[in-house]
Structures are given as C-alpha cells and as structure tokens.
Design a protein around this ligand. Structure first.
Ligand code: AMP
Ligand code: GLY
Length: 422
C-alpha cells in the first residue's frame, strides 16, 4: 500500500514513524516532510497547502491513502480535492474544518447542537467587545477567531489587559485571523484533550493526553502551540472520557453530518473538566502537535487499519485501539525567541545518536544543511519523547536524553507532566 503523509512537523514525523511499522505499507512518501521523516521514507518538496501539487503527487505515486497532518491543509480544501479525485483520504473537508479554523463557527455550532461550552460573544469592533466584558469577571478570555498556531489566545488577569488584547487582535496582530474577536467565559478546572476517529458515520475514541501550552515552567508566559505532553493523564478518568464522548464528540459528529459535511478523520476535543463535567474549550480537526507524539508511542495497534477505516467508511467494524501500559512523555525543545520570532540556522549536535532506553526523537522544525549537519529551522525544533513504566521514569529518560543534545540556542520546560506527578 502506498501512503502519502502531508506535513512537516513533529506530529507528522510521529505519524510517519508509526505508519512505517505497519506490515500493510509498501511505499511511504512525505510532503514536504523533514529530515527525520526522510529516514523513514521519501520526501517531496510540495507544501501542505499546495492542493494541486499534492493531488498530482498522490496520483503519481498511486496513493492508496493520503494522511493529512496539519489544519492548514484541511483549511486549504485538500480533503475535498482528494475526494473529488476518488483518492482515499484521512482528514475532514474544509467545511468540517471550520470546527477549528473559526472559533466563532464552533461556538455557534455548539449552540446549534447543544454541546456544553462557556458563554461567549463574537465582535468585529472594539467598542461592543469591550462593553461585553462587563458581563464577566477576571480572568477574561480573548481569542482571535481564526488560525493563529496556538498563539491567538489571551487569558487576561485585568480589564486593562483584556481591552488591550481586543485592540491588539482587531488591530491586525493576527492578520485576517483576528478580524473577529471571540470573548469567552473563563472556565474553571483542569484542561485535557480527548481524541476520536470518525468515518462519516461511526466513531471511535482514540486516546487522551494532557499538554502544557504556556512557554515557561509553572504555566507562565505566553501560550504556544504546546511545550510538552504526556499520557495517560489522570484527570481523564473513564467517567470523564465517557461524558466527553456522549455530550461532545458524538453530538459533534452527528451535527456536522446533519449540516452536510460528514466527518472523516480525527477530532481533537480540548475540554475543561469542570465541577459540572467536561465543557468544550475548542475542537481541532487533526491530531495535536505534540499530543500525537505520545499517542503514537503508546499505540500498540497498527495505525494504518484505523486510518483506512476512516477513509473508507468501515470504522464500525474496527475494534478499540490497544494502548501500551507504559506512560509516554514528549518534551519540546524550542528555539530561543519562540513563541515570538525564533532564532534559526544553528547547528544541533548529538540529536541523531542513541538517546537512551525508551527514547524516541521526532523532528519538528529542523533542516539538513548542505554539509549534512542538522540545523534549527523553526520555533519548536525537536520533540524528545520517551516511554517508561510510569510517568516518572518516562520523564527521567526524556530529560536525560536532552542532556545529550548539544544545541545552546534551544530551551525546554523542565516541568512537563507536573500535574500527574504531583
Ligand atoms: P486554546 O488555544 O483555545 O486551546 O486556548 C489555549 C489555552 O488557554 C487553553 O489550553 C487553556 O489553558 C486556556 N483557555 C482557553 N479558553 C479558556 C476558557 N474559556 N477558560 C479557561 N481557560 C481557557
Ligand atoms: N498542541 C495543541 C495543538 O496541536 O493544537
């Protein structure tokens, strides 16, 4: 079977790594891929948003399956184009993709289909947005409506800060993504992520993870795309997962199908576990990055049959995935400056050597220099991941591995997993 993986981050490296272990695979092509993915299969220099280029590539390699990694490819309509061409695809349509690409769409969708979430308002002008703040108390939650790589959310501790965030967003800080601002009720509780697959009709839970969004230890500093993850997460009890399935995931899949856009792919449901049960923070229409990395490490079952079942509408026949007993952790090594403008082009030494027992390294933002050296080429650069008999061992292994990597311009959080270890 020929499989095309679309994307170039740590998530896609993890997907490619797991797919490469499948006995069903004959040829793996990654577009555009990264130096880590290049050790697993072929890479082709076609961008994740180049729909025509990817369609041509899928035809050229006679792809039996295209796996969409990033939301930008979903938003560009890659799944729609592949469906029209009759090429099986794991990843939802651009319409369903609005569940991630527009927070305003998602909030209205939640209202239409009775999904539990916080109160909210959507505004295109600053004055009514600021007036709306009067209905809440601090902390205030201010979000850019569109995609902002995890950086479009401000949790403001004061009214002044909230008003500044509104001005910032509507003033063009996030470009077109910030043309509308969403103001939300602050939900009290612990945040977690639940994943589920859907083939347009049937759905299947596909694991849970907890992440760390703030850039610095102790949950301080600005939000990022994610500085680390771990699983299993104690907060995701069977009762919480079941309530998430019943009140959020199944109604969302049914709702989007009723709107004419049956969902094919994975949904990433970010919930706040409140005293009243799980409430929706947001949906993402793809695996999380770096949530996917720990899911793939813990997944014992072959991934490919699940991806195919989603693409071909055969998920009802699938059994629940089997997870390893071990705990998994992912620590992100980011480049100085992230989540602002990262410093790039620095050589990274020691990352491709043996990093110790239970450790797997995924590339997120690296490049190969002409002389063969590995260099930094993005904000989040490496994902140092480990399995262990428990989270403590997994964490110790990951941080020991980081000690072996020589990259002075890199940094990481030193407290990934603290909630579960406390
Ligand atoms: P998001 O990009 O929407 O996932 O938001 C980033 C982070 O901000 C989340 O992981 C939460 O920690 C926090 N957050 C977002 N929305 C809310 C909310 N309504 N109430 C409390 N915390 C929130
Ligand atoms: N780590 C959060 C995300 O992928 O959106």
């Amino acid at each position: 079977m020929n499989i095309l993986v679309v994307g170039s981050g740590g998530r896609e490296h993890a997907l490619a790594w797991k797919i490469a272990q499948s006995p069903l695979l004959s040829r793996l092509v990654c577009a555009p891929g990264n130096p880590g993915m290049a050790t697993l299969g072929e890479t082709r220099d076609v961008k994740a948003t180049d729909v025509a280029g990817l369609l041509a590539l899928a035809r050229e390699i006679a792809a039996d399956l295209v796996v969409i990694g990033p939301e930008t490819a979903v938003a560009a309509g890659l799944s729609d184009a592949l469906a029209q061409a009759g090429i099986p695809c794991f990843g939802p349509s651009a319409y369903a993709g609005q569940l991630e690409t527009s927070k305003a769409f998602t909030k209205a969708f939640a209202d239409r289909h009775g999904l539990p979430t916080g109160r909210y308002g959507v505004f295109e002008a600053a004055a009514p947005a600021k007036a709306f703040l009067a209905g809440f108390t601090a902390p205030y939650v201010i979000k850019a409506d569109g995609l902002a790589a995890g950086k479009g959310v401000v949790i403001a501790q004061t009214l002044d800060e909230a008003e500044a965030a509104i001005d910032d967003c509507l003033g063009g800080r996030f470009g077109a993504s910030g043309a509308r601002v969403v103001i939300e009720e602050y939900l009290e509780g612990e945040i977690a992520s639940v994943f589920a697959l859907c083939d347009g009709a049937a759905s299947l839970l596909f694991g849970g993870v907890q992440d760390h969004k703030r850039v610095f230890d102790g949950e301080r500093g600005p939000n990022t795309g994610g500085m680390g993850t771990y699983a299993p997460a104690p907060v995701l009890s069977d009762a919480v997962i079941d309530a998430t399935r019943r009140t959020l995931i199944e109604p969302a899949f049914a709702g989007i199908a009723a709107e004419g856009a049956p969902y094919r792919g994975v949904i990433f449901c970010e919930i706040m576990v409140t005293a009243d049960g799980p409430k929706l923070i947001e949906f993402n229409v793809r695996f999380g990055d770096p949530e996917c990395q720990v899911l793939m490490l813990r997944l014992q079952s072959d991934l490919v049959p699940y991806l195919l079942a989603c693409a071909h509408g055969r998920l009802a026949e699938a059994t629940a995935p089997v997870w390893r007993d071990e705990a998994a952790i992912c620590v992100v090594l980011a480049a100085e400056g992230y989540p602002g403008a990262p410093r790039t082009g620095d050589e990274i030494r020691g990352a491709e050597a043996d990093l110790g027992e239970g450790v797997t390294l995924f590339h997120a933002g690296t490049a190969r220099r002409a002389d063969g050296a590995l260099v930094s080429a993005g904000g989040r650069v490496l994902n140092v991941c480990a399995l262990g008999k428990d989270l403590r061992q997994a964490r110790d292994r990951a941080y020991a591995a980081i000690e072996r990597i020589d990259w002075p311009a890199g940094f990481c959080r030193s407290d990934i997993g603290w909630r579960a270890l406390a």
